[in-house]
Write a protein that binds this ligand. Structure first.
Ligand SMILES: Cc1cc2nc3c(=O)[nH]c(=O)nc-3n(C[C@H](O)[C@H](O)[C@H](O)COP(=O)(O)O)c2cc1C
Length: 441
């Protein structure tokens, strides 16, 4: 496997990625972007990254506030808040954010603080947007830190991973109809809290993403394409009907699951290692017509072939491909979507593994109009100031770079507070060491 350390200069990586980029001026990353609801100062995005540190009642804790304060002061144009549950049984842990009528004031306080922190750093005119990702974790739900799957159909590949018994109960259409209402209500709360946008999360094989491949489900939400996307479409319509243009409706979308047909979305029917973007493109056409303007492109699932989801150098297993191939799949996938929909704001995923070369490669893609905004997940944990370093100094801080070691994912898997064990050692190293000592890692 060719690791990142095998690349000694930008040219070598650009050659292997083979993305057809040849302009590396970083100024394009500092351009304003119009998200419809707000124009933001630059093209940087902090990707949604669960911290597993919310209070038991779903509100942000001191540690949650610490993470978001660092992100706000880091200057990215768009901060895409992490997966936030719309219902208790859909939480990934008992410390996942969970927005409700009786705790919305805590979210409002968080957004107010974000505005204050960003203003303190950059002044009142600095435009930074806050989107809240709404989720139901479906088969990966662990509301009490042990697995309590909520499944929409039996998927042999994922059933085997958890594992789930083939007789395990599947949720009803009535459950899904009620859940649509909960998404709508959560979006209204997000609006009240002051978020500029909500993301109807449809990725990584959580519930809504699972439904996109529910070929083998009976009833209204399974079978043909229009049934499989029904839930997402209904929720987008409901939020639009209720709130109009008062809040942006965005979608973080899996355009390729990497799971064989008929159990994966966006896969070639004969060869699941290859994407087939025809259905994702049809879906985007529909949500675009409903008024969705911002789409965050992603792939895979952290529970099934994590290397597709977040290319890494070291993790639980040796990936069957070079990480650069995984990065290329993510960047080219987003490019196909951006080129098909030049008017949409497409956010790209998969830049953390590129370390110090990420800004140049991102600039090259922006220059050829292959992407609108650049998302950093693990790299934002490692260096919340990444955007600011580039914007103010054209500098990438090597001492704060993510090394794609997968330790943040290890913590998340164990439902422990999670962040960068390598670059934020004061907080996260002791948590990691404790888990290691107990033999949990
Ligand atoms: C610890 C951890 C938590 C994550 N939490 C979320 C989340 O809440 N919502 C989401 O859509 N993706 C989540 N992701 C995926 C990231 O947003 C991102 O897609 C992935 O890490 C690949 O991007 P990167 O290479 O920049 O890290 C998480 C990833 C990790 C490692």
């Amino acid at each position: 496997m060719k690791k990142f350390s095998d690349y000694k200069k930008l040219d070598d990586l650009v050659h292997d990625l083979d993305l057809g980029i040849d302009h590396f001026n970083l100024d394009v990353l500092k351009e304003e972007v119009d998200l419809g609801i707000i124009k933001v100062n630059n093209r940087f995005v902090v990707q949604p990254m669960e911290g597993v540190d919310a209070n038991l009642d779903g509100t942000p804790s001191e540690l949650t506030l610490r993470r978001y304060e660092r992100f706000a002061r880091g200057g990215a144009g768009l901060i895409w808040f992490e997966a936030t549950a719309v219902t208790k049984e859909g939480r990934t842990s008992r410390n996942q954010l969970f927005i409700r009528n009786d705790n919305v004031s805590a979210f409002k306080e968080l957004v107010n603080k974000m505005n204050a922190w960003k203003t303190e750093e950059f002044g009142a005119n600095y435009k930074q947007a806050y989107f809240l990702q709404l989720t139901h974790s479906g088969r990966f739900s662990k509301p009490n830190n042990v697995s309590e799957p909520v499944i929409s159909y039996h998927n042999p590949y994922l059933n085997e991973k958890l594992p789930i018994d083939p007789c395990y109960e599947v949720i009803t259409d009535e459950y899904l109809e009620e859940l649509e209402q909960k998404y709508e209500d959560a979006a209204v709360l997000a609006y009240e809290a002051g978020f500029h946008g909500v993301d109807v999360k449809c990725c990584h094989r959580y519930l809504i993403s699972e439904l996109t491949s529910a070929y083998n489900r009976d009833g209204l939400y399974g079978g043909d394409f229009s049934n499989r996307i029904r839930f997402l479409i209904n929720v987008v319509k409901r939020i639009k009907n209720r709130l109009g243009d008062k809040i942006a409706v965005a979608v973080r979308l899996n355009i390729y699951d990497g799971i064989p047909y008929p159990f994966g979305f966006g896969v070639d029917k004969d060869d699941h290692t290859k994407p087939d973007f025809s259905e994702p493109i049809k879906l985007i056409e529909i949500i675009k017509d409903l008024g969705v303007k911002v789409i965050n492109i992603t792939m895979g699932s952290p529970y099934y072939y994590p290397h597709v989801n977040r290319p890494f150098d070291t993790g639980g297993y040796l990936p069957p491909e070079d990480p650069a191939d995984g990065v290329r799949r993510l960047l080219q996938g987003a490019e196909v979507i951006q080129k098909t929909f030049p008017d949409l704001i497409i956010v790209g995923t998969g830049y953390s593994w590129l370390r110090q070369y990420a800004p140049q490669i991102a600039a090259g893609l922006v220059h050829k109009k292959s992407i609108s905004m650049i998302g950093f997940g693990r790299a934002s944990y490692a260096n919340p100031n990444l955007a600011r370093d580039i914007i103010e100094k054209n500098e990438f801080n090597l001492k704060r770079t993510c090394i794609t070691c997968s330790k943040c994912s290890d913590l998340k898997k164990l439902s422990l507070k999670c962040g960068c064990v390598v670059r934020d050692i004061e907080v996260y190293l002791p948590i990691y060491q404790e888990a290691f000592k107990k033999g949990r890692i």
